[in-house]
Design a protein around this ligand. Structure first.
Ligand code: GLN
Length: 461
């Protein structure tokens, strides 16, 4: 009730939710009470959460932020949704997002921009902007997100919360609407690293319905949080502190790194030699995969269908897709189709895959000497709504520090580490494959020593 009331009171101004599931939430709350009374509760029983509207939820509208799926009610639950439901969480609703998760500001959503709870008129980041804003404004205890190029970490940073993208393959992609299948991973957005550990532990695990699912048991995360980080070596990539990084943002990150030193970690300068190739490589690979994934939306089997009368099948498809998709999605489909076309495949797609390998190799080499890598999550704090919408390249550069981990399939997270002009900034931690436990341990130890993660946006106290 507490959270449903907060949503009613605040969400008109935030626009963080596309759908609220009040009746379902109340029924699940009753079920949780019964489970607690019977002594079969898990850690998550009764915890009110929200799902990004990219996860299919049985009998609930699942729009993916698009007009194309504005009328789509999913006939099944995504694995992430059913795993969390089995643990007893309460679903409050589905959160706003960039259309098909393509964006860094939540402005490409068919349902309109989301406000940053820290400053009206500023973006919350994207594409999981609704989830991040909802958690930051305490409209839910936690939320799910997805991260293809930074969409959990970047909005977490811009709204002052914690978010983790696990190793590629850790969390099943079944029922998660596909953007770029070789990069997409789901993860939690929460107030603290401890909360993230609790959610992620339940979300992880092998799923035979996802062919890229890691076939090993879910990692033990909550128990590793308490271990001190004394003796850990943290690599600090010098080329993450480049000209594009806001000076105050850089200072906050440096202060956080000094805190890790106080906790007994050793900092070691490193260079990720090919990291500057990550944005160009990503903007070939991701649109290429998207152009293929989004070909299923033709308005025939489900989704948006044009009202315009036509007897011509080709025109029918063109109208359905032309009217159903927004501008950014069309831009990605066009780019993706182009780079995959016979004449340009070698020049773009193949080159991008080679760059991806070089970037991955740099990380693997770095992890021979360091336990974790740390740096900024974003180049700047949140920007104003509308400031970057006319310049896709400026928008794409938001993910300059996050995309590398996706291309290499590495786990990575963002934790709040300070403020610049009353807007939060994030520290990014990147770990070796399968080392989510180490990331969360370091984040938790930092959060035990600092209080950035406890700050609340004043308008929502
Ligand atoms: N901002 C990036 C993009 O627009 C990443 C999005 C994501 O991680 N889903 O593609």
């Amino acid at each position: 009730m507490h959270f449903l009331e907060r949503i009613k009171r605040y969400d008109d101004s935030l626009n963080a939710f596309i759908t609220t599931t009040d009746a379902q939430a109340l029924a699940q709350a009753d079920a949780a009470d019964a489970r607690i009374a019977s002594g079969t509760a898990t850690r998550l029983t009764g915890i009110p959460i929200a799902h990004k509207d990219i996860f299919c939820t049985n009998d609930v509208k699942t729009s993916c932020g698009s007009r194309m799926l504005d009328n789509f009610v999913s006939p099944y639950d995504a694995t992430v949704v059913s795993k969390l439901a089995d643990a007893g969480v309460i679903l409050l609703g589905k959160t706003n997002m960039d259309e098909f998760a393509m964006g860094s500001s939540n402005e490409t959503s068919f349902y309109g921009a989301v406000q940053n709870p820290w400053k009206p008129g500023f973006v919350p980041g994207g594409s999981s902007g609704g989830s991040a804003a909802a958690v930051a404004a305490r409209l839910c205890a936690a939320a799910t997100g997805t991260d293809t190029g930074g969409s959990i970490r970047q909005p977490a940073a811009l709204t002052g919360i914690t978010g983790i993208k696990p190793t590629y393959g850790r969390v099943s992609r079944y029922g998660m609407i596909a953007f770029a299948s070789s990069l997409d991973q789901a993860g939690p957005l929460t107030q603290t690293a401890e909360d993230s550990a609790m959610l992620l532990e339940v979300m992880c695990g092998f799923d035979e319905r996802d062919s890229t699912s890691l076939n090993e048991p879910a990692p033990v995360l909550v128990e590793s949080l308490q271990k001190p980080i004394r003796g850990m070596t943290i690599g600090v990539p010098d080329n993450f502190f480049d000209d594009g990084l806001d000076a105050d943002n850089a200072a906050a990150v440096r202060t956080a790194l000094a805190e890790f030193e106080k906790l007994g970690a050793k900092l070691k300068p490193i260079t990720l030699r090919h990291i500057e190739l990550s944005v160009p490589a990503y903007y070939v690979v991701a649109p290429a995969e998207a152009s293929s994934n989004l070909s299923r939306f033709d308005g025939i089997r489900f989704g948006y269908r044009t009202e315009a009368p036509t007897d011509d099948l080709r025109e029918f498809y063109m109208r359905n897709r032309g009217e159903g998709f927004g501008a950014e999605v069309k831009r990605r489909i066009l780019t993706g189709t182009y780079v995959l076309s016979a004449g340009y495949f070698d020049a773009y797609y193949l080159q991008a895959q080679k760059a991806r390998r070089l970037i991955s190799d740099d990380f693997l080499e770095a992890f021979e000497d360091v336990d974790l890598i740390a740096g900024p999550t974003t180049p700047t704090p949140a920007f104003e709504i509308g400031q970057k919408t006319d310049d896709p390249v400026q928008m794409y550069l938001n993910d300059i520090y996050t995309i590398g981990a996706n291309l290499a399939g590495l786990p990575a997270m963002s934790i709040p580490c300070g403020f610049v002009n009353e807007l939060p900034v994030g520290l990014q931690l990147i770990g070796p494959h399968r080392k989510e436990d180490r990331l969360l341990q370091a984040a938790h130890q930092y959060q035990q020593a600092t209080d950035w993660h406890l700050k609340l946006p004043p308008a929502f106290i």
